[in-house]
Design a protein around this ligand. Structure first.
Ligand SMILES: Nc1ncnc2c1ncn2[C@@H]1O[C@H](COP(=O)(O)OP(=O)(O)OP(=O)(O)O)[C@@H](O)[C@H]1O
Length: 408
């Protein structure tokens, strides 16, 4: 089912789908390429097409060994496409799902590559705004580096910005993926380079722990944790690496490292991490008042219900993904964010600690109920934040799906 894209490219086979469109394995005048074909409703939006053409120079100018180069932007009839270098490998999400946690040396080597990519982008005045494991590709044809990792490349540059048009997302809405959103975005400030550092530090934490520091449960609760909670230490993590994470997950953007400094500091630590096994951390449970909403019973013919709080990048998007992707939510007001006196961040559970749902865990929860007057405040905040999520455009609701392959 090959199709022509403009006069120079042919899309031959689907590699994967995201919320903004479909990525194809294609052929161009200089050989194989990856072609990201934006969704039809995006392609027919004149304002977006205009921005697409405007952004051309910035996107095409980003060349770096750890950035997936955009080779061409094609506007042709109903087609709007980014033509990129083809990366033969897999994305970091797929690797993480396979391995659950990465050895610190491999995790740090991958994140240092992406910090290099961000340093180059930030120097060129480009903020990525959607750093997450799905947007990191591992080039299986590249040489093996520290920890046996292939080179990592950052992709999807500029896509969040292109789609974040005033018409689509009104000034009061948030664009991004909840688990990786910097607190200043939740508070409604414009995204600057430091948001990428926060997101990348979140990715590093996730590679080491197997879960993100503030993720889990309702997306409104996730956003609130970014603003109000401090990150919980990971058992067994080397102190210097932990300090680096804490600094880059700082609530104040100015306290975070710059990308080039982060890359250097990470690489300095590589020799100390050589041979260290993955950290021995079990995924924590959620506090009882933060658990996912129960999925409604399926009717015959119903599409599967997404279990977690993913909402699409743009109204109407139906991401072909079984992972949480983007959120498009109203910026919460100060009152809605003021639920942080009592932390709900998911504390890592060292092996042997009570497993959520166990008798020991239930007893602990009962004890907590008795002692926590403040819990009511938290519940109120969660419900408040939930209310503004529910009141967002109905089109912004989670969409079911499954997806994704890597390049052959
Ligand atoms: N340049 C590329 N070379 C090879 N495979 C790619 C390339 N770019 C993307 N892919 C594959 O295509 C799939 C879909 O990518 P896409 O960027 O559309 O989705 P995403 O980033 O996971 O989702 P979203 O757009 O919702 O953030 C990914 O799984 C990725 O593995």
């Amino acid at each position: 089912m090959a199709r022509k894209i403009g006069s120079r490219y042919t899309a031959n086979q689907i590699l994967g789908r995201g919320s903004a469109g479909t990525v194809w394995l294609g052929e161009g005048p200089d050989g194989p390429v990856a072609i990201k074909l934006l969704r039809e409703d995006l392609a027919s939006d004149q304002e977006l097409v205009g921005r697409f053409v405007q952004e051309r120079t910035a996107l095409l100018g980003l060349e770096h060994p750890h950035i997936v180069t955009v080779r061409d932007l094609v506007v042709d009839g109903n087609d709007l496409a980014l033509v990129m270098d083809l990366v033969r490998g897999t994305d970091l999400r797929t690797r993480l799902e396979r391995e659950r946690r990465l050895a610190p040396e491999a995790a740090v080597a991958i994140v240092a590559d992406i910090a290099d990519a961000l340093a180059a982008a930030h120097a060129a005045g480009v903020v990525h705004r959607d750093v997450k494991p799905e947007n990191v590709l591992l080039d299986m044809r590249g040489p093996l580096g520290p920890g046996g990792s292939h080179p990592a490349l950052l992709t999807d540059f500029g896509v969040a910005k292109l789609i974040d048009s005033p018409k689509r997302t009104r000034a009061t809405k948030i664009i991004g993926t909840p688990d990786y959103l910097a607190p200043e975005i939740v508070e409604g400030l414009p995204p600057r380079a430091a948001v990428d550092i926060y997101a990348l530090a979140t990715v590093l934490y996730e590679l080491l722990a197997g879960f993100t520091p503030f993720g889990g449960g309702h997306p409104g609760a996730v956003l609130r944790r970014h603003v109000t909670e401090t990150v919980v230490p990971l058992p067994g993590i080397p102190e210097e690496l932990w300090q680096l994470l804490v600094q880059c997950l700082a609530k104040a953007p100015a306290s975070r490292l710059r990308a080039s400094e982060l890359a250097d500091r990470l690489r300095e630590q590589l020799p100390l991490l050589a041979g260290m096994p993955p950290l021995d951390v079990d995924e924590p449970g959620l506090a009882e008042d933060e658990t996912e909403e129960p999925a409604p019973a399926a009717e015959p013919g119903d599409e599967p219900v997404r279990r977690r709080g993913a909402v699409s990048l743009v109204p109407g998007a139906r991401p072909d993904s079984n992972r949480d992707t983007h959120t498009s939510m109203r910026v919460p007001g100060p009152d809605e964010l003021a639920g942080g006196a009592h932390g709900t961040a998911r504390a890592p559970r060292p092996a042997g600690a009570a497993r959520p749902g166990s008798a020991r865990h239930r007893a602990a929860v009962r004890r907590r109920r008795v002692t926590l007057g403040v819990a009511g405040v938290v519940v109120a905040a969660v419900v408040g934040v939930g209310a503004w999520w529910v009141s967002a455009d109905g089109d912004d609701r989670p969409a079911p799906a499954d997806h994704r392959t890597s390049a052959p």
